[in-house]
Design a protein around this ligand. Structure first.
Ligand code: SF4
Length: 236
């Protein structure tokens, strides 16, 4: 894809949504870290439903550690993989207390060394909490980057590297949220909404969907229908 096209794509995304952000609910860096960790393989909606219950009870590393694995489970039961996530959540809280004085570290290596924190979660924290120009590639971004031709790649890491290398610096900080929201609501997996997509003339996807054809009504059918209307009108 030509650099000018990439720039045009991000310009349009910015025009449509100048201040994109996550749909996860959070009120502190630790709450964001917990919410992002819980969001693996599940929807933001189910994470928000769980954290609405959990955070009023425990929203600090000390409080989560005090709750313990069995204490955390009831709050996140509706979130997928809750057994593993409960263990990771308490492990994460304990590790933050033991290694970082209860604070969120600002280096990738330290973040990825925390239980339940992988590259994607670390990238989101570095981007949203510390203002780094990181792009966390999830399933939505992977799809949008490949379909549009913005940053083709066979793996999330390849797409991430292509996005970081090819996105104009002024758009890099928000690229993650623009692309995730575009993939979640417009460039959806099964039937992308190409006819109403603001990127359709810039996107290189060869299988764009078309607007549903309006049902054709034959001349005979039209005459019969108008005849019925005339008769109904005559009956008064
Ligand atoms: S035109 Fe279609 S395939 Fe391309 S980004 Fe828009 S929705 Fe996705």
């Amino acid at each position: 894809m030509h650099a000018a096209t990439r720039r045009a794509i991000f310009r349009r995304l910015r025009e449509a949504n100048p201040t994109p952000t996550t749909e996860l609910l959070y009120g502190s860096p630790f709450e964001l870290l917990v919410a992002v960790m819980l969001s693996a393989h599940t929807t933001d909606r189910s994470v928000n439903a769980a954290t609405r219950q959990l955070f009023p009870v425990a929203n600090t590393p000390a409080a989560i550690a005090a709750l313990g694995v069995e204490g955390v489970k009831p709050y996140i039961r509706a979130v997928g993989l809750y057994n593993t996530k409960s263990k990771n959540l308490v492990g994460l809280a304990q590790a933050l207390l033991e290694r970082h004085g209860g604070e969120i570290p600002c280096e990738r290596a330290a973040l990825e060394a925390l239980p339940g924190v992988g590259r994607k979660t670390a990238s989101i924290i570095l981007n949203m909490v510390f203002g780094h120009s990181e792009v966390a590639v999830d399933t939505h971004i992977f799809r949008v980057a490949n379909r549009t031709g913005l940053a083709p790649g066979r793996t999330p890491r390849e797409v991430e590297d292509a996005l970081v290398a090819g996105t104009p610096p002024e758009f890099l900080k928000d690229a993650h949220h623009w692309l995730i929201l575009h993939g979640r609501y417009v460039c959806v997996a099964r039937a992308p909404k190409c006819p109403s997509c603001i990127l359709r003339d810039l996107c290189e996807y060869p299988h764009k969907t078309r607007a549903a054809a309006r049902r054709r009504v034959g001349v005979g059918t039209a005459i019969r229908r108008s005849g019925k209307r005339v008769r109904r009108a005559a009956r008064g």
